[in-house]
Design a protein around this ligand. Sequence first.
Ligand code: SF4
Ligand code: SF4
Length: 107
Amino acid sequence: MAVRIDRELCNGCGKLDEPLCVRICPGDLLYKNTDGKAAIRDTRDCWDCAACIKECPKQAIEMYLPAQIGGRGSTLKARKSRDKIIWMLKRADGVEEIIEIEAHRIV
Ligand code: SF4
Ligand code: SF4
C-alpha cells in the first residue's frame, strides 16, 4: 500500500504552523514543502496506519489498497467529524463504497 497526497486539494492546512497530517504521523514522515503543500519523505517508510488520511480536512490524502481488496488501483479516503469517521473506498472498477464508523467505536 502507499499514501499519495493530492497537491490540488492540499492547502497546507492554511495558517497552521504544523499541518494536521504532519502532527499526527507517528513516523514523522510528512512535512510541509517549500510550496506550502504537504509531502512525504519516503513512502517506503510508511506503515499504512491511515492516521493522516483520517486527519486531513481536505481529503487530500489517499491510500492505494492491495489488489485483493478492491482490485488494482483501488483507493481509500476518509472524512472525520466529531462523532464518526466516513471511509470512502473507491474500487478499481469505479464503484465507491462508504463505511461509517461511530466515534465511540474508534480506538
Ligand atoms: S492535513 Fe491535508 S490539507 Fe493539511 S497539509 Fe496535510 S494533506 Fe494538506
Ligand atoms: S499512513 Fe501513517 S505512517 Fe503513513 S504517512 Fe500517514 S500517518 Fe504516516
